[in-house]
Design a protein around this ligand. Structure first.
Ligand SMILES: [Zn+2]
Length: 213
């Protein structure tokens, strides 16, 4: 069973996803702008909010604790069988990827993800009638998945979203490109987003909850 709510902390809103399990202790995690709480069935939302008040400063300071590992090795929504001792991954199109350990693999998956984001951004620029291509940068970001700077005509994406399916990544691309036309998150902005990404709400929710598919 899952519940979610919005937690306000220092003038910012964070989505909180609570998963109820047969456990004794309540576990608080933070990743990519959202809190994830595992809790027993007997803990009330009020108690969880009190816990967040207490743990949020520490969790926000230390950021991502979910490192790339054998358990969460995904590329574009597909689970990969990998080993920290290295190996070869063969894709369905016949290409393969050789890696020496998980750190090396993570770098290589990032590279594949960068290529995808650049190509897909170009594609949506074309669809949306954006004449001048955006400069694209990838950065480690803790609270946002992307940003669009009109001043420098550049878009920044979080540098390690390779876990997510193409549809989910495209929803992020459309969001950032829609800012080319509308700066804020008004209705006019979402009218553009929905035009190019009809499933935006579903895909964006998955991004925030780190649901890869
Ligand atoms: Zn935005």
């Amino acid at each position: 069973m899952q519940k979610s709510f919005i937690f306000e902390y220092q003038n910012k809103s964070y989505p909180v996803v609570v998963t109820y399990k047969r456990i004794r202790n309540t576990i608080y995690k933070y990743r990519d702008g959202a809190f994830y709480v595992s809790s027993s069935y007997f803990v009330t939302l009020h108690q969880i909010k009190n816990g967040l008040e207490k743990f949020a400063p520490k969790l926000l300071k230390h950021g991502d604790s979910n490192k790339f590992s054998e358990d969460n090795a995904y590329l574009f929504g597909h689970k990969l069988e990998v080993s920290n001792n290295g190996g070869v991954i063969t894709f369905t199109d016949g290409t393969s990827l050789k890696y020496i350990d998980l750190e090396d693999l993570e770098d290589k998956l990032k590279q594949i993800y960068f290529d995808y984001m650049i190509k897909s951004t170009r594609y949506y620029e074309y669809l949306m009638g954006i004449k001048e291509p955006y400069k694209i940068k990838f950065k480690k970001m803790n609270t946002r998945f992307g940003s669009n700077s009109q001043r420098t005509h550049s878009i920044q994406y979080m540098d390690d979203l390779f876990y997510f399916s193409g549809d989910i990544l495209n929803s992020l691309i459309v969001h950032e490109l829609a800012h080319h036309f509308v700066f804020n998150h008004s209705k006019a902005f979402y009218d553009i987003v929905y035009k190019y990404c009809p499933n935006y709400n579903k895909d964006n929710k998955k991004l925030k909850r780190r649901q890869f598919i």
